[in-house]
Design a protein around this ligand. Structure first.
Ligand code: PLP
Length: 394
């Protein structure tokens, strides 16, 4: 048995991946399983982006690039931030990395010292706590309850701040809740962060997936001070259906970006060159496909939301963005005889043949996450299966 580094002993493997693996096993046994676990759009990358990638390869642009990204891609990101958020950045304030996930990982590695605390709102994206811990930091959780629309308040942050607090993570629109912070809420949060002099990591990866009259505001937009203490994290994965290309970026303080770039120069060399050319086209080319995909997700949501609401024992808030529903199913699990939501999720998989993600992985163990990034036919069939499963056991 090999001896492993202490730092991996607290690492919890992604719950999302565990259920997906089990669903795959069942499928291989010939069972018709519908997966609602997906964390990615079900569309191919738009054609203009594929074409740009191919063109760059044919032109021989297949070598190393600067560690923090091609100058042309940094410029495309800067123009995007100016266009969409009216925020100005210099190239020295931008790092392009291997997906938002690895950009975040790099950030925590250069930012945290042992036992530094990072405030993480519940429900959270699974990787935040693990990444903080891997950098020697301590996740401090505060809970955004369903009553608070799964959002945390400035007051809660204030109460959680200690002399070890270095930063807070915000994710709006949120994975898994789909909720969006309003400008007023962000102003209040920014003020608390200013008073305590802590940093803000703003994960805006679902920025383009917004429904109804909801609006995306970046916390960096609310004041000059907020901009200075915020590191924006974003990328092309969800907006342009480019999850496999692995391109994300960070925008913020020059010294932090320089440290991240230096670390990248020894850990990654650069994000894949072809992917960078694809991302340039994603940000500078037509945005028609972005809006088409958004509209498709919204129409699915409109159809599927009432059906999920009608499942006995499911309590669900209507999401404002992203592509997930987060019903509280504690009553459904109890009334159908399961000791926990995790056990209920397992039964939904093995008996109703629908794969959903248990909320325990997000710090919200009374919930499950259903992704609607799948075709309407499959979505309707999956919800009907869950509905009759619950009714048959009630
Ligand atoms: N942040 C959140 C909240 C996410 O849900 C995801 C993907 O699931 C990411 C970041 C990472 O995106 P990527 O690494 O593909 O850019």
């Amino acid at each position: 048995k090999p001896q492993l580094a202490n730092r991996v002993h607290t690492l919890t493997p992604s719950t999302t991946l565990a259920i997906t693996a089990k669903a795959k096993d069942l499928k291989e046994q010939g069972i018709d399983v519908i997966g609602l676990g997906a964390g990615e759009p079900d569309y191919n990358t738009p054609q203009n982006i594929l074409d740009a990638a191919l063109k760059s390869m044919n032109e021989g642009k297949t070598k190393y690039t600067p560690a923090g990204g091609l100058p042309a891609l940094k410029k495309a990101v800067i123009d995007k931030l100016q266009r969409d958020q009216e925020l100005s950045y210099e190239p020295s304030e931008i790092l392009v990395g291997i997906g938002a996930k690895h950009v975040l990982y790099t950030f925590f590695q250069v930012f945290l010292n042992e036992l530094d605390e990072v405030i993480i709102p519940i429900p959270y994206w699974v990787s935040y706590p693990e990444q903080v811990k891997l950098a020697g930091g301590v996740p401090v959780y505060i809970e955004g309850t369903a009553k608070q629309q799964y959002k945390i308040t400035a007051q809660q942050i204030k109460s959680a701040i200690t002399d070890k607090t270095r930063a807070i993570i915000l994710n709006s629109p949120s994975n898994p809740s789909g909720m969006i912070y309003s400008e007023t809420e962000l102003q209040e949060i920014a003020l608390v962060c200013k008073e305590a002099n802590i940093w803000i990591i703003s994960d805006e990866i679902y920025e383009k997936l917004i429904y109804g009259d909801a609006q995306h505001v970046s916390i960096a937009q609310v004041s000059d001070d907020a901009k200075e203490r915020t590191i924006i994290i974003n990328g092309v994965s969800k907006s342009h259906s480019m999850t496999g290309w692995r391109i994300g970026y960070a925008a913020g303080n020059k010294q932090i970006i320089k440290a991240m770039t230096d670390l990248a120069s020894h850990s990654t060399s650069n994000p894949a060159t072809t992917s960078q050319y694809a991302a340039i086209e994603a940000y500078t080319g037509t945005q028609d496909a972005v809006e088409e995909m958004r509209a498709a997700f919204e129409s699915r949501l409109e159809i599927i939301f009432p059906k999920v609401t009608a499942i006995p024992g499911f309590k669900v808030l209507k999401p404002q963005g992203a592509f997930y529903l987060l019903p509280d199913v504690s009553e459904a699990a109890r009334m159908t005889g399961y000791v926990s939501v995790d056990a209920f999720v397992e039964a939904i998989l093995t008996e109703a043949n629908v794969a959903v993600i248990p909320g325990s992985g997000f710090g919200a163990p009374s919930t499950i996450r259903l992704s609607y990034a799948t075709s309407l036919d499959l979505l309707e069939a999956a919800v009907a299966r869950i509905d009759s499963f619950v009714r048959s056991k009630w």
